[in-house]
Design a protein around this ligand. Structure first.
Ligand code: 13P
Ligand code: SF4
Length: 329
C-alpha cells in the first residue's frame, strides 16, 4: 500500500476537489465506458478506445487524467508526449496485454516474416512497437477492408476478436491465443435462459466475446457501437454482453428502455465487471490530480516506434460509429 492510499480522505468533498484540481491543473479527464458511474459522470469525455485515443491526440490540456486501463493511458502518452498523463491506479492492467509478452510476440513475428502484424490496441507499447497497424474494435472492420486479400496477417492478442474478424471478413489471419477474462466469463446456458425470460429482446455483444456468445447476438460491435445500437434499436429491452458499467450511459441516454447485463455462470452479471477498470476510484483520481502521480513515462525510442502503428490506425480509420464499426452479426 502506498503512503497516498493510506491517507484519510473521508472529510473531503471529492467531486468538488476533483473539479477544482482539474481547473487548477488545466487537466482533461478521459473516461472509458467501463469506469464506475461516478467517474464517468466526472469525465470531460467518455468513449471507446478509438475515441479516447483521438481525444488524447487532440487535447490542448496540460494534463490528461486517464480513467481507463494502462494500455489506454500509454496510448494517450504515445500520441501526446508533451502532456502529463496520469492513471489513477497503475495496476489497472488488462488480461489481453498480460497474455502477450513482447519477447514472445517478437518470436511469433519473426516466425512469419511474410505476414504483417495487425494488432489490437489492448497490448503494451512494446507490442505496438513490434506491430504494423493497430486496430480497435470500432476501427478493425474498416482497416481490414483496406488490406489486400492476398496479404498474410498475424493478429494478436485477442483470439476471439481475431476469429470474429476472420469469419466476418473472410480472412485467414493467424491468431495469438489471448482472451479477455471479462468477456470469457459470460455463460451461454444462462444467456439462453435470460433470452427465454425476455422474448424478442435483442442481444448486443462485444467482439471480445467467445463465438458461443456471439452466435446469440443481434448486434456485434465496440462499446460505442453497442451504445449507439441501444439508442436506435426498435424494442424496449436490450441484453448487453459486455462489461456492465456501460449500462450507465445507456440509462442516461434512453431512460425509458431496460438494459440487462448478460449473465455469468452464477446467473448474474457481477462476475463480468472488469477487475482492472474497477481499480480506479474517486479517491485515486483525486490523488492523481493533486500529486500528478502515478504518471505514464515512456522511453522516447519506444514511443516513436509504437506511434507508427497507432498513426497508421488513425489514418486508416474513419472512426465514427456506423462507418468504421463492425455492425450487425
Ligand atoms: P472498446 O474499444 O470497444 O471500447 O473496447 C475496449 C475494451 O477493453 C473492451 O474490453
Ligand atoms: Fe482488458 Fe477485458 Fe478489462 Fe477490456 S474488459 S480492459 S479487454 S480485461
Amino acid at each position: 500500500m502506498t503512503a497516498q492510499s493510506r491517507e484519510n480522505l473521508s472529510g473531503l468533498d471529492l467531486v468538488a476537489e476533483i473539479q477544482r484540481l482539474k481547473k487548477e491543473r488545466n487537466a482533461v479527464i478521459l473516461g472509458h465506458y467501463y469506469q464506475r458511474p461516478e467517474i464517468q459522470d466526472l469525465s470531460d469525455f467518455v468513449g471507446d478506445s478509438l475515441e479516447l485515443s483521438r481525444k488524447a491526440a487532440e487535447t490542448d490540456a496540460d494534463v490528461i487524467a486517464f480513467c481507463g486501463v494502462k494500455f489506454m493511458a500509454e496510448t494517450a502518452k504515445i500520441l501526446s508526449p508533451d502532456k502529463i498523463v496520469v492513471l489513477p491506479d497503475m495496476d489497472a492492467g488488462c488480461s489481453l496485454e498480460d497474455s502477450c509478452p513482447p519477447e514472445q510476440f517478437a518470436r511469433f513475428r519473426a516466425a512469419h516474416p511474410d505476414h504483417i502484424a495487425l494488432t489490437y490496441i489492448n497490448c503494451s507499447a512494446e507490442v505496438k512497437a513490434l506491430s504494423d497497424i493497430i486496430v480497435t474494435s470500432s476501427s478493425a472492420g474498416q482497416i481490414i477492408a483496406q488490406i489486400p486479400p492476398e496479404q498474410k496477417i498475424i493478429f494478436g492478442p485477442d483470439r476471439h476478436l481475431g476469429g470474429y474478424l476472420n469469419r466476418k471478413f473472410g480472412r485467414d489471419m493467424l491468431l495469438w491465443p489471448g482472451v479477455c477474462i471479462v468477456h470469457e466469463a459470460f455463460s451461454e446456458t444462462e444467456l439462453i435462459k435470460l433470452k427465454a425470460q425476455h422474448p424478442g429482446a435483442p442481444v448486443a455483444a462485444h467482439p471480445e466475446c467467445p463465438p458461443h456468445i456471439i452466435d446469440h447476438a443481434d448486434y456485434v460491435g465496440s462499446t460505442s457501437g453497442i451504445l449507439q445500437f441501444a439508442k436506435t434499436m426498435g424494442g424496449d429491452t436490450l441484453i448487453v454482453a459486455t462489461e456492465p458499467h456501460i449500462i450507465h450511459q445507456m440509462e442516461k441516454a434512453v431512460p425509458e428502455k431496460t438494459f440487462i447485463g448478460a449473465p455469468g455462470a452464477d446467473g448474474n452479471c457481477n462476475c463480468n465487471i472488469c477487475p482492472y477498470m474497477a481499480l480506479n476510484t474517486l479517491e485515486k483520481l483525486y490523488l492523481a490530480l493533486r500529486d500528478l502521480e502515478p504518471r505514464i513515462e515512456l522511453d522516447e525510442a519506444l514511443r516513436l516506434k509504437a506511434k507508427k502503428s497507432l498513426d497508421r490506425m488513425l489514418e486508416m480509420a474513419g472512426g465514427t460509429v456506423g462507418k468504421g464499426d463492425l455492425g450487425r452479426a
